[in-house]
Write a protein that binds this ligand. Structure first.
Ligand code: BES
Ligand code: MN
Ligand code: MN
Length: 455
């Protein structure tokens, strides 16, 4: 094993150069014009699997972007891990806020700067390199390894569930490992034991059948933007409490132990506010910031438009108004049930003076994993060795929709062993990945396999 770790430590520069090539591919899954880049990126992953010496490499074509599978079965009696990650990335706008171009992969301040650096290409790469290190040093892999790397995570993984369900035997494993979450801070390795879910909607409000002169008709009909604002106002109050009837019914309460755990993390509110450029924080009354972002559901407006938004003034009474809004869900809420609650709320609350259409765009279920299983404890030991510090167990606010399905379909525990930082601008301009955590992540992946082989 020491030989593997030595090999990893002496190849740091090569790893960075190779990661750059992965990051230069513009694999923005939501952009139809980038479809060929997604294909190119799946080819890149496939080629890496070949170079690593994996077997049974398959590109599983879907209605959307390809899913890449590969495996190395060294001994059927050994435990098997399935490593999941995504090669797709978020859009890059606003482009002018990037210090270096998003697909150039610049190195500055011991970080690599590019879209997808921390979410999720850099993190996925840690596992590629750790497994390669075993082969390069002719050390037998301590476990059987399978990979499933998709290209649609950032658009809600629409094809993946079907593929997982249809390939249950191929994907059979004793644990699923995912590195697509964050550490608490750059010194504190973390194992995430809960992720929030998501329920995302778009609403269209229609007032009069055409845009009207606001002088001639103003006062006679309901303005759809006004109606939309009223409806939105009815969904969250001034205390940050969501007022959609029934919304909190299924919310699992935080345990006393969890609340104590959050408190022990010594959250620096001053630094947090300064970093975000706000004078005051706002959130659900009665909960701390870490609880609000990790363990409580939220309601957010993602976009709102309608009427005249050009330069100058136009006295118009618009025909239509739109909003995109979403809720982060926590165990045991489900996007299906929340959709029903939204429908029921709107049915009651929308005034007769306007019409409405609401559409569920995408959803994902919240995840909660037990922390006493062998897989998670193996990850904790690996993290401690790699980072030189005991990891903490955290709940995070982001979503990875497939986590719950892995548990349900493959009946295997999911380990969320992330090497990112929440300050690394995932989904924002100037995304980056700390190169020290990249290197420690590679070591951690190798150490995890060694620990888990004792299962
Ligand atoms: N890697 C993130 C999820 C994440 C972020 C987990 C931060 C923990 C901490 C993932 O790529 C992501 O962005 N997911 C989307 C899912 C959505 C598109 C269905 C999200 O959370 O918005
Ligand atoms: Mn991700
Ligand atoms: Mn993401």
């Amino acid at each position: 094993m020491q030989e593997v770790l030595n090999y990893i430590n002496s190849n740091r520069e090569n790893y960075i150069e190779e990661l750059k090539e992965f990051l230069k591919i513009e694999s923005i899954s939501s952009d139809p014009e980038k479809k060929s880049e997604l294909t190119r990126c799946s080819e890149f992953v496939k080629d890496k699997f070949h170079q690593m010496g994996l077997d049974n490499i398959q590109v599983l074509n879907t209605e959307g972007h390809p899913i890449v599978f590969a495996e190395k079965i060294v001994d059927p009696n050994k435990p098997t891990i399935l490593i999941y990650g995504h090669y797709d990335v978020q859009p890059v706008d606003p482009l002018d806020l990037w210090t270096s171009p998003p697909f150039q992969a610049d190195i500055r301040d011991e970080k690599i700067w590019a879209r997808g650096a921390t979410d999720d290409k850099g993190q996925v790469f840690t596992h590629f390199k750790s497994i390669e290190a075993f082969f390069k040093t002719s050390t037998e892999l301590p476990v059987n390894v399978k990979f499933i790397i998709e290209g649609e995570e950032e658009i809600g993984s629409p094809s993946l569930v079907k593929t997982v369900a249809a390939n249950k035997d191929l994907l059979k494993c004793d644990a699923v490992v995912i590195s697509d979450t964050s550490m608490y801070d750059e010194k504190t390795p973390s194992i995430t034991y809960s992720l929030r879910g998501l329920a995302y909607f778009q609403i269209e409000i229609t007032g009069p059948n055409r845009d009207l002169h606001s002088g001639t008709f103003g006062g006679a009909v309901m303005n759809p933007i006004q109606a939309l604002c009223d409806l939105i106002n009815g969904m969250k109050d001034k205390n940050g409490h969501i007022t959609i009837p029934g919304f909190y019914d299924d919310v699992l309460k935080l345990t006393k132990k969890e609340r104590e755990g959050f408190k022990r993390l010594k959250f620096n509110e001053k630094a947090y506010k300064k970093d975000l450029g706000v004078k005051e924080l706002f959130g659900e009354k009665g909960f701390t910031t870490l609880e609000r972002t990790g363990a409580r559901p939220t309601f957010e407006l993602n976009g709102i438009w309608g009427g005249f938004t050009g330069q100058g003034a136009k006295t118009v009474l618009p025909s239509k108004a739109y909003a995109k809004f979403s809720m982060r869900l926590v165990p045991n809420q489900t996007p299906k049930k929340v959709e029903k609650l939204i429908q029921a709320y709107l049915k009651k609350a929308v005034p007769k003076s306007v019409n409405y259409k609401v559409e569920a765009l995408h959803g994902g279920e919240p995840a909660l994993t037990p922390i006493d299983g062998f897989a998670i404890q193996s990850a904790a030991r690996a993290m401690k060795t790699a980072f030189g510090k005991e990891p903490i167990f955290t709940r995070e606010g982001g979503s990875i929709p497939i986590v719950v399905d892995f548990g349900r379909i493959l009946k295997a525990p999911v380990v969320l062993m992330g090497f990112g930082l929440s300050s690394e601008n995932l989904h924002s301009p100037n995304e980056h990945f700390d190169l020290n955590n990249f290197q420690k992540g590679i070591l951690c992946s190798a150490l995890f396999m060694n620990e888990f082989s004792q299962a």
